[in-house]
Design a protein around this ligand. Sequence first.
Ligand code: SAM
Ligand code: SF4
Length: 473
Amino acid sequence: MPDDRTPDSAPENDKPQLFIKTYGCQMNVYDSDRMSDALAPKGYETAKAPDAADVVILNTCHIRENAAAKVYSELGRLRILKEARLKQGRPLTIGVAGCVAQAEGQEMLDRAPVVDFVVGSQAYHRLPQLVERAKDGERLVETDFPTEDKFEHLPQPSKKVTLGRGPAAFLTVQEGCDKFCTFCVVPYTRGSEVSRPMSQLLDEARGLVDAGVREITLLGQNVNAWHGNGLGDAASNLGRLLFALAEIDGLERLRYTTSHPRDMHDDLFAAHRDLDKLMPYLHLPVQAGSDKILKAMNRQHTAQDYLQLIDKLREARPDISLSGDFIVGFPGETDEDFEATMQLVRDVGYAQAYSFKYSQRPGTPAAVQETQVPEDVKVERLARLQALLNEQSRDFNAASVGKTMSVLLDRVGKRDGQLAGRSPYLQAVHLDAPMHLRGEIVPVVIEAAHANSLSGKLADISATDSLVKGDAA
Ligand code: SAM
Ligand code: SF4
C-alpha cells in the first residue's frame, strides 16, 4: 500500500528535502518513517513530491513479481526528473531501499544508472553517511546484515513529528523469518528472525503515547514468533509483551500483524480473552486449504490445525474478526485442492482477506517446480476466491449497520467536514465530525455499509455504555 499520509512540512525553506515512496506492507511504512528519523538530525525535512526533493528514496517490496517491475518503471520516471534537475543545477540523489534493494544489490546499480545508492533493510541507521557519500558522487551498495542493532542507532522522532504521523502508530517488534515457506522471498531478503528486547519496545511505545498516539500495531514478518527477553531477562512471548504494553496509561488500542498459525500460543489466546485494549481483529494467513499444498508450501500446519486455532480464538474472543492471506495456483494445485481452499474460507468466514496468484520468485524452491499452474487457471481461481471473500466481507460490514462502535478518528476524510478512522474490527469508517476530534476515539452509530468501508454519525456520548468489550473509548 503506498504511504499517502500528508508530509509534516512543505519544502519552502533552504533545508534539504527528502521524499520517500513506500511500497508493500506496513513494515515498510514503519521503516520509511525510521529512515526519515535517521536523516532528520542532518536537517532533512519531508518533501510533498519528488520534484521538490533533494533526495528521493524508493522503499521497495519484493514479495510479488509486479512489485519489482513497478520500482523499475518509477526509476524510469525519476531518470527524466534527475536529468532535468541537473540542467537546473539542483542535483537529485536517488536511493533504493527495502527488499528489492536487498535482493538485487549491485545488480540494481548496474541495471539502473539513475540509482546512486542501494540500502538493505538492516542498514538504515547508516543512511546519513550513505547519502553524504552519494552526494559526493559515489555509487554505493550497503546490503550487509551489520552486527550492530540498527534500532539502537536510529534516533527517535520528536513529539511533533510523531503526532504528525497520526494517532495510530506502527511499532516493529520482530524482523526476518526462519519459516522458509517454499514460495516466499522474505527469509532471503529480510534474513533470519530477530526479536527486539522488551525494554526497548516499552520505551518506544511510551514515547509514542507521550506524543499523543492512542493505538499501536505491533509489526513483524512473523510477529507472533517474537521471543525477546522480558524485563527480568527471561525469554518472553508476544502474549506477555501485549500484557506489558496494555499497562501503559493513555495507550487505548493494541493490534499485531502478521502472524503465523504455528506461532499462536496460550499467552496470546489469554491476551485476546483478557485485554480490552487488544482489538478484536486478527490477520492469520493460511494460504491454502489443501493439506497436500500446505505441505508443499512448507507451512508446517494442516487445514484442521488452522480451524482448531480459529475455534480457540473465538472461544477467547467470540466477536473477533478474521483476516487471512491466500495464494491460488501454487505449483501442483489441482481443482480439488483449490476447492479445499474455497471450503476452508466458507468454514472460517472472513471479515476481510488478501488473495494472490502464485508468483514465481527467483531463488525460492517452488519457483523451479515443474508443475506450475497455467496463468488462465490462476486467473479463474483467483476470481472465484475473491468473489467469495468479497461476499463474506460485504456480509460482515452489513451486519455492522445499526451498531454503535468506537472509532479512532485518525485522518481527514475525502469530503469537506469529514473525518475517517477504524472500528475495533479494523473496518474503515467515515463520518461528518468537527476537525478537533481528529485523534480521538468516539462512539459512532453505523448507518451504512459500502464495498470496503462503513459510514455513520457521531453517537450520543452516553452510547459508550452499550459498546462491546474492547470498544471502550
Ligand atoms: N509471514 C506471513 C505469513 O506467513 O503468513 C506473511 C508475510 S508475506 C510478506 C505476505 C503474503 O504475501 C503472504 O502471506 C502470501 O500470501 C503472499 N506471498 C508471499 N510470497 C508470494 C508469492 N511468491 N506469490 C504470491 N503471493 C505471495
Ligand atoms: Fe514468508 Fe511468512 Fe512463510 Fe516467513 S512465514 S517464509 S514471511 S510466508
